[in-house]
Ligand binder design. Sequence first.
Ligand code: DGY
Length: 333
Amino acid sequence: MKPKVYITRKLPSEVVYEIEQHCDINMWEEEDVPVPQEVLEENIKDIDGLYCLLTETIDDSLLQKATKLKVISNMAVGFNNIDVEAATKRGIAVLNTPGVLTETTADLTFALLMATARRLFEAEFFLRDGNWKTWSPMLLTGQDIHGATIGIVGLGRIGEAVARRAKGFGMKILYHNRSRKPDVERELDVEYVEFDDLLRKSDYVVLLTPYTHETKNLISSRELALMKKTSILINTSRGGIVNEAALYDSLQSGVIWGAGLDVFEEEPVSLDHPLLQLPQVVALPHIGSASIQTRLKMARLATDNLVQLLKGKKPEYIVNPNFSENITESVKE
Ligand code: DGY
C-alpha cells in the first residue's frame, strides 16, 4: 500500500505526477487560496506525509491530530511556520528546500536594494501619472550603490550570494553572523563587525537571517536610531525580524532614508498598513525566490525530500536537530 500524503496547494502537474508515483495523494486544489485550517485539521488525521507551504501554520495543536504523520515537507527554505520542537517530540521529520533558491533570492534582494536606492517605482509612477515635465537637476534623486557600504546580517548561503553581487558593484561589505566565516572573509573580502557597528557604518543594512525567537524584532527603535540618516533597510527574510511600527516612525521622522521590504509580519500585508503609505518604502509580495525555474526546483526538491523519507531513506535536508539517526526506525513503525 502506498503512503498517504496531503498537499496543501495546487502544484504544477509534473510535480503532482512525480508524487503520485510513490504516494496516494489528496490535494487542496486552489492555486491562490491557502487551505483553511479546518480542512487541514481533517486531512492531517490519517496521513503519512504532509507537503506544505510557508502559508500553513503547523503547530502543536494541529500535530496532536496527526496519528501517523512521519514527515512534513515544506516547500521553502524558511520553516518558522512549523513548530519543529513539537514535530521532533512526535518523531515527525521536518524537511526544507535550501540551496536551490539561493541565487534567485540574492538576485531579488539586490534588485530591491537598487529599486529602493534609485527610487525606481516612484519614478515609474511619476512618468505614468504624467508628471514628467522636464529634466531637472535634483528630480527623483536617490542614493549611490557603487562604492557604498553594505552590511549583511546573516551570512548564510543567500548572504554570501548577495555579497558576491555587492562585490561586483564595488561596495565595501560588512557582515554580522552567529559565527565568523574566515574562508568567506578571505574569498569575498568581507569584514566581520559587531551588530551595532554594522548598523552604524552601513549605507545598506540587508537582513538575511532566519526568523527565530532570537531574531524577532531584531530591528527596532534602538537599532534604527544607530543607522545613518541616509541609510536603507532591506528585508527579504521574514517580516517579524523588523518591528514595523518602529520602522514606520523612523522613516517618517527621517531617522533612516528608505526601506525595501519583500516580507511583512502579516502576509498578505493590509493595503492600509502605514508602511505602504510612505513613498520611500518599496514593498513586494514575498517574491524572493519567484522565478519559474527556481520555484520548480523548490517543488521538486520538496517532492524528493518527502518521497525519500517515506521510503525510509535519509533526505538531503532535515531541519530537526539530530533527527537523521532515527529515520528508518520512525518510518518502519
Ligand atoms: C523561503 O523559501 O523561505 C522563502 O521565503 C520563499 O522562497
